[in-house]
Write a protein that binds this ligand. Sequence first.
Ligand SMILES: [Zn+2]
Ligand SMILES: [Zn+2]
Length: 230
Amino acid sequence: MNECLLCGQVFIPRFSFVRTFSIEINDERLCLQCLKKFERLGKDRCPFCDKNMEKVEICSDCRFWQKIYGNNLMKNHSIYRYNRQFHDLMVSYKRYGDYCLHRVLEELSSEHLKNLNFDYYVPIPTSPDHQQKRQFDTITAIYEKIVPLSFFLKKREHTGAQGEKNKQERLATPQGFIVDANQLSEKDISETSILLLDDIYTNGRTLYHARDKLLEIFPNAKIESFAICR
Ligand SMILES: [Zn+2]
Ligand SMILES: [Zn+2]
């Protein structure tokens, strides 16, 4: 029996036959009722960023990016809509620094993420002041057990958090990343594939900045992104 991290209810894990032979047998931390409150994205989506749409068409955010990047838009992979349940989860996790909730986010994303095969998985770094306040890195904590992480990006200090800005301010945010040369070896500078990892895709500003920086070092790389919510 497991205890749900969100509601505290004790529940029977939904493990499959295959999983009974792996160490994953008892790692579920979300009961079915809580899991159902996270709304999966429907099939009609923006082909670039996975935003749910009335029909398959390019969303307004991606049309904005087309003005800057032309045909070179980034493919983003997402699973859930950013609904009330997600909002509350992210407030507890990020604003109040409830570390154990990384297990919920890990559980929500692991199956999908394991099917995305890339050479490198690069987490979007948290600002040093936020990390110090919370004592952990919110993105690393979610993904470190699912895929091997490469810490190619670092955040400049005092650039502020995206969540505290309005839409105009967010889009106007200057480049806030630097490449950590200590993390690169010679074999890295070649044709390769990179998946950027974030929690929420708000309008793409952060992820496009991250891609801009990585392309300076990996000009031939195929770079896509993953965010649990869109
Ligand atoms: Zn629950
Ligand atoms: Zn889009």
